[in-house]
Ligand binder design. Structure first.
Ligand SMILES: Nc1nc2c(c(=O)[nH]1)N[C@H]1C(S)=C(S)[C@@H](COP(=O)(O)OP(=O)(O)OC[C@H]3O[C@@H](n4cnc5c(=O)[nH]c(N)nc54)[C@H](O)[C@@H]3O)O[C@H]1N2
Ligand SMILES: Nc1nc2c(c(=O)[nH]1)N[C@H]1C(S)=C(S)[C@@H](COP(=O)(O)OP(=O)(O)OC[C@H]3O[C@@H](n4cnc5c(=O)[nH]c(N)nc54)[C@H](O)[C@@H]3O)O[C@H]1N2
Ligand code: SF4
Ligand SMILES: [Mo]
Length: 768
């Protein structure tokens, strides 16, 4: 049994087609169909009673936070339905009644399960008992909690250095779980804390820190209601942040203008039928985007430069176009910025961005007259080689307009996972914060390491090169979410031990270290209690507000532990009882833990009291117009270069995006309703002219191939779909296409993989 035999597992699962059906892309988001689909998912997974109990309490002050995205809740909440279709799907996925125990794993080996699609794997249900996959074995077996903790502790003790362990975090964990996990990693002796944020909004964090002195956005939800202009770049809110449409609807009703910048005309940006209003149900709803600029992939900087250049020209005749008082008082680098944009010709910028000049002029005319401007963005800006500069160029525009630190204006990086921002706030980071280390030392009596740890891409490399031997994961699906699936799989399978604290089965449980352990945990919607006392967590939304989240549904099994309890037990097994940190009390008594967090985490003073009712905002220097941490105490203009890609005639720029029926690597279904694609995920969206050029027809089958540094990577079997997308650009879904994203190509400074600008060519296979 104790052999090192490699398991014969598939890193991508089934690549068979599932029976595609195409319709016209939708021209509105939400409406009655969204309610119907939401309820269908909920009833199917949870049954009627549990669905209604759960949905009614989601996003309510006395209930639990939606486990899907990080969009904030409004002050005034609907008593019955403060959620969207995708929130309901996320709840159904988590609170499903289906479960899998050791009988399932006796029947199916990891080799067999790995041949299934991610959709099939995700449908199997909740994990309900600790499991171990022993070296050489292809079947998980049950293991007691105690033995699981002891096995982990033993392997951690065997490491030559704490830096041989990696502690990954996904963004769904509570503040309390993440805080304890970070504390354990530091007490263990490493800052190897990569997190999903490294693949997500890290570019936003870096850019905003360098320009404005805080890695978070500056707006609050209410700012949307007052904004004169909301610009949305590289984001698909109709699918990924659906209730943002309600905020945009209010903005429009108050006279605001919405400008979208995206290679795709996403349905949510076109029109919103609010299912909670009569207008949304009976009439045509609200048109959202007044101006849609169909930019080519990764050509946002040329477009923004042209907008700035044109504004600059208008400002020569009318100096009220820019807010010169603001520029003078709060910023640095204005002259250099003016000089920078001057060096580009309009024609050059126009041909790069691919947008018609008349359309740009209309947007410039609006921006010239308005100052309450919000700029929102997501993965369409962050996941490029120049992701950090993309965001800095947005900040340039806001600084010129003085659109910061006032109502209705500011930065809005729209966060992904529901608590990804909170996890960072409470200490999940690979870099070193001296301030945090000092506070930990004073509060807990040990000295945290002061050497920078691995982020996601460096964690992959460390495992691949044999420098890291234990990989632990608090939620998430690292194998499928990280870039370069083949490379990542090799990296992971070289580990001695992989440990996953998870709710649902995913591919990271199948492609593992020599020994693998699954520790099943409570979901956010589930009742969490100790000694008959209900416990609650805190989370932070996309706008920096910390509030309570209290699960109310009966747990799917009595054998589950909460995330803090699991972490506390691992720590106790590893350190024994003689350690300055009282892991048991911290992990069982969250109020006690929050008292400690209040001493360590900036802005958490009195968190126990303050989180109970409406929650509280964390400090935000941009809201106060305090730039004292930056050079010369000023907000910084930035000089950003043009994107530099070498794409030949045969190559295309591919963006790897989400369909409407998935949450990251969790696939809820096979439909991308708003884009009119049903019952199939292996598709690639292409411009008609490009299809003609390559003599491709609708539903032709192709392989996608990327070549970086002479290494060829292939994703096989995709159906061509003609779509309204710029020439030279392609779109396909993540994670099926992660295999194409090279591990060593990532954004400057933030190290975020280039998932939205992968250069590929096509290989025609056959017609189905
Ligand atoms: N239902 C659901 N909700 C989610 C998620 C989910 O998977 N499902 N995931 C969550 C997470 S973790 C995150 S990070 C967010 C992600 O939210 P999004 O960033 O909205 O997600 P993506 O599908 O990656 O979409 C990127 C959008 O950017 C556009 N785009 C791509 N490249 C470019 C470019 O170069 N320039 C411009 N201007 N646009 C571009 C694409 O056309 C697409 O509309 O959503 C969160 N919410
Ligand atoms: N090509 C490409 N790659 C990408 C992206 C892209 O746009 N394109 N987007 C990137 C982005 S933005 C992100 S955020 C990452 C996401 O990367 P991850 O966060 O690692 O992946 P998820 O798919 O969100 O993780 C899903 C798993 O989390 C577990 N889980 C769910 N809820 C809980 C819980 O409450 N507790 C615990 N312990 N476990 C839970 C379940 O087992 C589930 O299978 O992927 C990145 N990868
Ligand atoms: S907008 Fe996001 S947080 Fe709100 S209900 Fe929908 S998925 Fe959940
Ligand atoms: Mo994300």
């Amino acid at each position: 049994m104790n052999t090192d035999k490699k398991r014969n597992v598939s890193i991508v699962g089934s690549t068979s087609f599932t029976g595609i059906r195409l319709e016209e892309p939708a021209d509105y988001a939400a409406g009655v169909p969204a309610v119907k689909v939401a309820l269908q998912h909920a009833f199917k997974e949870m049954g009627m009673t549990k669905s209604m109990t759960g949905l009614v309490k989601m996003n309510q002050k006395d209930g639990f936070d939606c486990p899907s995205c990080a969009w904030p809740d409004p002050k005034e909440r609907s008593k019955i339905a403060e959620y969207c279709e995708n929130g309901a799907k996320a709840l159904a996925d988590e609170a499903t009644n289906k479960t899998i125990d050791h009988h399932f794993f006796e029947k199916y080996s990891v080799e067999e399960i790995s041949q299934w699609s991610d959709y099939t794997i995700g449908q199997k249900g909740r994990l309900i008992e600790p499991l171990i996959l022993r070296p050489g074995s292809i079947h998980y077996e049950p293991i007691s909690w105690e033995q699981a903790f002891a096995t982990i502790a033993k392997q951690l003790h065997k490491l030559k250095s704490p830096d041989e362990a990696i502690f990954y975090t996904s963004g769904r964990s509570s503040n309390e779980a993440a805080f304890l996990y970070g504390l354990f990693s530091r007490a263990f002796g490493t800052n190897n804390m990569p997190d999903c944020s490294n693949m997500c909004h890290e570019s936003s964090g870096v850019a905003l820190n360098e320009t404005l002195g805080i890695g978070k956005g500056s707006v609050k939800l209410e700012d949307f209601y007052e904004a004169e202009v909301v610009m949305i770049l590289g984001q698909n809110p109709g699918t990924n942040h659906p209730r943002m449409l309600s905020a945009l609807e209010k903005c429009k009703q108050n006279g605001g203008t919405v400008i979208s910048i995206n290679p795709l005309k996403e349905a949510g940006l076109v029109r919103f039928k609010n299912p909670q209003s009569a207008k949304g149900v009976l009439l045509s709803g609200t048109s959202i985007s007044d101006h849609h600029l169909q930019v080519k992939i990764n050509q946002d900087i040329p477009l923004l430069k042209l907008i700035i250049k044109k504004l600059l020209q208008l400002n020569q005749n009318d100096t009220s176009v820019f807010d010169h008082d603001f520029i003078q008082k709060y910023t640095q680098g204005y002259e250099a910025l003016v000089k920078d944009v001057d060096q580009y010709s309009n024609d050059q910028l126009l041909s790069l961005c691919g947008v018609k000049e008349e359309q740009i002029d209309k947007v410039v005319e609006i921006l010239a007259k308005k100052n309450k401007i919000i700029i929102c963005w997501a993965m369409g800006l962050t996941q490029h080689k120049n992701g950090v500069e993309n965001i800095k160029e947005c900040v340039n525009l806001l600084l010129l307009k003085g659109s910061l630190g006032k109502p209705g204006a500011g930065t809005c990086p729209v966060r992904g996972h529901s608590n990804v921002q909170g996890d960072r706030t409470v200490g999940i980071m690979h870099f070193v914060s001296k301030e945090l280390n000092k506070a930990i030392k004073n509060t807990f009596g040990f000295t945290p390491p002061d050497k920078e740890g691995y982020d996601t891409v460096h964690a992959m490399k460390a495992m691949h090169d044999g420098h890291a031997k234990v990989f632990m994961s608090l939620g998430g699906n690292f194998l499928s979410a990280a870039s370069d699936t083949k490379y990542t799989a090799k990296a992971i399978s070289q580990c001695e031990l992989t440990v996953h604290i998870s709710t649902k089965l995913n591919r990271s449980h199948l492609i593992t270290g020599k020994t693998a352990i699954i520790l099943p945990t409570l979901g956010r919607s589930e009742h969490d209690h100790k000694n008959n006392k209900a416990r609650y967590f805190t989370v932070e939304n996309s706008m920096g507000k910390v509030h309570r989240s209290k699960g109310i549904l009966p747990p799917v099994s009595d054998n589950l532990l909460s995330e803090p309890e699991i972490i506390g037990n691992i720590a106790t097994s590893y350190f024994g009882s003689e350690h300055p940190v009282d892991w048991t009390s911290l992990s069982t008594d969250y109020e006690f833990m929050r008292e400690k967090m209040a001493k360590v985490i900036n802005g958490f003073k009195d968190v126990n009291e303050k989180s109970k009712n409406h929650g509280f905002y964390l400090p935000n220097n941009v809201r106060e117009l305090d730039f004292s941490k930056l050079p010369d105490k000023k907000a910084q203009f930035s000089i950003c270069g043009l994107p530099n890609h070498n794409v030949n005639d045969k190559q295309f720029m591919l963006m790897t995006i989400r369909s409407h029926d998935q949450f990251n690597t969790t696939i809820y279904g096979l439909n991308d309703r708003y884009r009119g694609i049903y019952n199939e995920r292996r598709v690639v969206l292409m411009n008609k002219n490009d299809m003609k050029e390559l003599q491709l027809e609708e539903l032709d089958v192709v392989n996608l191939i990327s070549v970086y540094d002479d290494i060829e990577r292939k994703a096989s079997n995709f159906l061509i779909i003609s779509y309204n997308i710029p020439e030279g650009n392609l779109a396909s879904y993540f994670p099926e296409t992660n295999i194409l994203v090279p591990y060593n190509h990532f954004a400057d400074k933030s190290n975020t993989p280039i998932s939205k600008s992968v250069i590929v060519h096509l290989e025609k296979v056959a017609k189905i």
